[in-house]
Design a protein around this ligand. Structure first.
Ligand SMILES: [Zn+2]
Length: 283
C-alpha cells in the first residue's frame, strides 16, 4: 500500500474534539469475548484510573471462535469467558456479564433488546461504549462480523428508547423492579464517522495489550503492539494529545450548555465568556 493510500485511514483525518468527561459508570456492550479489548480497553483503563466504575457485557457466548475439533462444544465459551474476566482485571473492570446467545447466530431481536435493557437498568451506566452497527466493510481484508452489527444495533435500541421508557418491556419494572434509566453518553467505535478522541496514557495502552494477551485461545497479541501504539498516536495527533482513541459521540442530554467535555479544571468559571474552540462540532 502506498503512503498516500495509507494516509486515507480514519485517524489521518480532520481534528477531533477531545472527550475527557469521566463518567460515574461506564458499560461496554460487544458481541464476543475479546471485542471489548480491541474496542475500548485502553479507554476503560483510563476511566477506571480516574474513578469510573466499569462493566463489560458480552452478548454471545463466543463458542464458535475456534476450528479446533478437540474442544468440545460449550467448552470454548467457558474458556473465552475466563479469558475475558482475566483481561478485565488488567483494566480494573469490576463486572463481566454474558448474555449467552449463540456465537455467529446473533440477531437484533426484541429478546436480545430486552436482555440489554435489563443490563442497562441494573448497571445504570452514564456512558455506554459499543461497536458501529453501520460498519459493513473494512478495506479489502475484512467483512464485519454480523454479530458485531447485531449486538451494536440491539445495544443502541436498548439505550434509546427502551431503557428510558417505563412502558417498554413493562415486566422489567413490574416483576423485577428495574426502574427506567437514561444513558447520557454513547461512544460508538466508528472509524470513518469518529468525531471525538478520548485521551489515554502509555499505561492504558500497556493495560490494553495485557488484556489482549489474555485471549490466548484466539490470537497472539504480541505482534499487535506496534499497530495499537501507532493508531493511538495517530488519533492523539488529531486531538492535540500524545495518545487517544477515536469514537463517534452521542450526547443524549438535550442541553447544549452542558456540552463541554474537557476536564473539570479546564472548564471556565461560571459567568466566564465561552472559550473559543477551533474544532468544535457544536460551536
Ligand atoms: Zn467479535
Amino acid at each position: 500500500m502506498s503512503q498516500d493510500a495509507d494516509d486515507t485511514r480514519p485517524d489521518s483525518g480532520p481534528p477531533l474534539e477531545r472527550f475527557e468527561y469521566v463518567p460515574e459508570s461506564v458499560l461496554v456492550v460487544v458481541a464476543h469475548p475479546d471485542d471489548c479489548d480491541f474496542l475500548a480497553a485502553s479507554v476503560l483503563s483510563a476511566l477506571v484510573r480516574q474513578g469510573s466504575r466499569a462493566a463489560i457485557c458480552l452478548v454471545t457466548d463466543g463458542d464458535a471462535g475456534s476450528d479446533d475439533p478437540s474442544i468440545p462444544l460449550g467448552e470454548l465459551s467457558r474458556i473465552r469467558l475466563e479469558e475475558q474476566r482475566r483481561a478485565a482485571t488488567h483494566l480494573g473492570v469490576g463486572q463481566v456479564l454474558c448474555l449467552g446467545y449463540p456465537d455467529g447466530m446473533l440477531q437484533n431481536t426484541l429478546e436480545v433488546r430486552r436482555d440489554l435493557v435489563r443490563v442497562l437498568r441494573t448497571v445504570r451506566p452514564e456512558l455506554v461504549i459499543t461497536m458501529d452497527p453501520t460498519a459493513r466493510f473494512f478495506g479489502r481484508g475484512y467483512i464485519n462480523h454480523p454479530d458485531h452489527r447485531a449486538a451494536a444495533d440491539a445495544c443502541l435500541d436498548a439505550v434509546f428508547p427502551s431503557a428510558r421508557d417505563a412502558r417498554a418491556f413493562p415486566e422489567l419494572l413490574s416483576a423485577e423492579g428495574l426502574q427506567p434509566h437514561k444513558v447520557r453518553f454513547v461512544l460508538v467505535g466508528s472509524g470513518d464517522g469518529a468525531d471525538v478522541a478520548v485521551p489515554v496514557e502509555e499505561l492504558d495502552l500497556e493495560n490494553q495489550l495485557a488484556a489482549l494477551g489474555e485471549h490466548t485461545s484466539q490470537f497472539d497479541a504480541g505482534p499487535m503492539r506496534g499497530h495499537i501504539w501507532e493508531e493511538a498516536r495517530r488519533c492523539g495527533a488529531r486531538a492535540g494529545v500524545p495518545l487517544a482513541e477515536s469514537y463517534r459521540l452521542f450526547d443524549l442530554v438535550p442541553n447544549p450548555s452542558q456540552r463541554d467535555y474537557r476536564r473539570r479544571e479546564e472548564q471556565p468559571a461560571p459567568g466566564a465568556p465561552p472559550p473559543r474552540r477551533a474544532a468544535s462540532n457544536w460551536g
